[in-house]
Ligand binder design. Structure first.
Ligand code: ATP
Ligand code: MG
Length: 479
């Protein structure tokens, strides 16, 4: 593993100006684990204005991200940017990841004091001690710093030539795969309750366990999550859901997550009393979450798909449980939770559609599959099948016969798309104008006629050919 050249260059510039500079936090953790960090944080002895001056003098763009907290963002050119006049932009204004600028967050060493509101420090004090800065960080695995030893650029040996600072045993915890607070966990969670969710998020994403004292403290402090803003909660929650250990974290920490999503609590231990299910609703839910692709919307829909079950439960005369209309009820509950969490409209609408349709039966016929492709679009159709498959796999072994059916639907939909078969009005070989040219009046009748033609094409009664469609229209529709 090597450091990204932009980070090396930034550290070299700080050093040349007489300041200390260290990579810190998530990028060090990821580097040690052999993963490519997705963002790069640098901590420095330079005051924000000094950092700004160093990078502006070297010709880089500096954004004052949070001067009062000591943070500036430096935009360093992406690799190869100098050779490209486009400056990293592709046609259409998209950024080329190869040449897009690399943002580095550079923050002055700081201490924090007082957390009267359980979420923001009352004051931020700059310090000249790296250790002070590391001690304010949340978990030991996030409280390590490193920089190239000696001169930069470092050689290909990587780690051998790095200076490491690990005052809280983060490296040992990484090796043992443990999340542990820096300092007293009860105090750290009461300072900033978001750390409770961050602990669960790292446990889920990294597949680590939470060290017992940290675990106990986060259970004790869970009510304090109410002080945390919806946006910060939502961000951590979606990352948690996409983690590799989402299933076990959901089960083990349902009571903690229940502080932000009380809708989860009635699922716990809820016996479905049906031969279709061998798990209680929460266990089933956790399995469905881990059974769909690790995409935020798909995982979120899986999390909420059965929220309505405890509310729609009925027992028949044979003692069997039913949940008539539960998807609709799940939608209502999820809608409320999504607004509370201030999720984007896009996430909200997609997840709600998946929840709404998760239990719907789709026939394995060209007509039915095309109708669904028409109704919800391919972008939702395939995730819906993933949800249905995961839902089915998490039922009782006896009711898993539907998996082959979903595979067949998927295959059929892929063929329809690959062959460019028509399932939408926009792909129909005739338009409203054609029907008007035949003598039809504009208006609702026209729309209905077009849709009738589409249906006939979708069920393969008519070919999607202009002449065939016009001749059918000429014979059958009142012109
Ligand atoms: P990711 O891979 O998601 O970026 P990360 O550890 O880098 O993980 P960030 O939110 O980018 O997480 O934060 C960067 C660093 O800042 C963390 O590694 C940690 O040292 C510190 N940090 C972030 N949030 C908190 C917090 N709420 N309390 C204490 N330290 C925090
Ligand atoms: Mg980060």
């Amino acid at each position: 593993m090597k450091l990204i050249p932009q980070a090396e260059q930034a550290l070299a510039l700080l050093r040349a100006a007489g300041h200390e500079g260290w990579l810190v936090g998530g990028c060090v953790r990821d580097f040690v684990m052999g993963k490519m960090p997705h963002d790069t944080d640098i901590t420095t002895s330079a005051l924000p204005q000094e950092t700004k001056a160093v990078f502006e003098k070297a010709g880089f763009r500096v954004i004052e991200t949070g001067l009062q907290h000591g943070t500036v963002t430096v935009l360093m050119p992406g690799e190869g940017a100098a050779e490209r006049e486009s400056g990293g932009a592709l046609p259409g204004g998209r950024q080329n990841p190869e040449t897009a600028p690399v943002p580095l967050e550079i923050t002055t060493f700081r201490k924090e004091t007082g957390y009267a509101d359980h979420r923001h420090p009352d004051s931020v004090v700059f310090t000249d001690s790296l250790e002070d800065d590391l001690s304010r960080r949340d978990f030991t695995i996030n409280a390590m710093a490193m920089r190239p030893a000696g001169t930069v650029p470092i050689d290909a040996e990587g780690c051998d030539t790095l200076d490491f600072r690990d005052p809280f045993g983060g490296m040992a915890d990484l090796e043992d795969r443990v999340i542990r607070c820096v300092g007293d966990p009860a105090r750290r969670f009461s300072e900033d309750a978001l750390r409770i969710l961050r602990a669960l998020r790292f446990a889920s994403v990294l597949g680590f366990t939470i060290e017992p004292a940290t675990r106990k403290a986060l259970f004790d402090a869970r009510e304090q999550l109410r002080y945390v803003s919806a946006e910060r909660i939502a961000e951590e929650l979606l990352k948690l859901l996409c983690g590799r250990s989402a299933e076990s974290v959901l089960l083990e920490y349902a009571d903690v997550l229940g502080s932000v999503l009380p809708e989860l609590l009635p699922l716990k231990g809820f016996d479905q009393k049906t031969p279709h299910h061998i798990y209680d609703v929460l266990t089933h839910t956790a399995k469905v979450v881990s059974g769909v692709p690790a995409e935020p919307v798909q995982r979120l829909a899986a999390l909420c798909h059965d929220w309505g079950k405890p509310h729609t439960f009925t027992l028949d005369e044979n003692g069997r449980g039913h949940f008539y209309g539960h998807p609709k009820h799940s939608v209502l509950l999820a809608e409320e939770a999504f607004s509370r969490l201030k999720l984007s409209n896009e996430i909200r609408e997609t997840a709600l559609s998946l929840i709404r349709f998760h239990d719907i039966w789709i026939d394995d016929t060209p007509r039915a599959v095309k109708r669904w492709l028409n109704k919800i679009g391919p972008a939702l159709f395939f995730p819906l099948l993933e949800l249905k498959k995961a839902d089915n796999r998490a039922q009782s072994p006896a009711s898993q016969g539907r998996l082959a059916h979903y595979d067949a639907l998927e295959e059929r939909a892929r063929t329809i798309l690959a062959e460019g078969q028509c399932f939408a009005l926009k792909d129909l070989a005739v338009t409203g104008k054609d029907l008007i040219a035949l003598g039809m009046e504009p208006g609702p009748q026209l729309g209905k006629a077009l849709y009738t033609l589409l249906e006939l094409v979708m069920e393969e009664t008519l070919p999607n050919q202009r002449d065939a469609l016009l001749s059918y229209a000429g014979e059958r529709f009142t012109l």
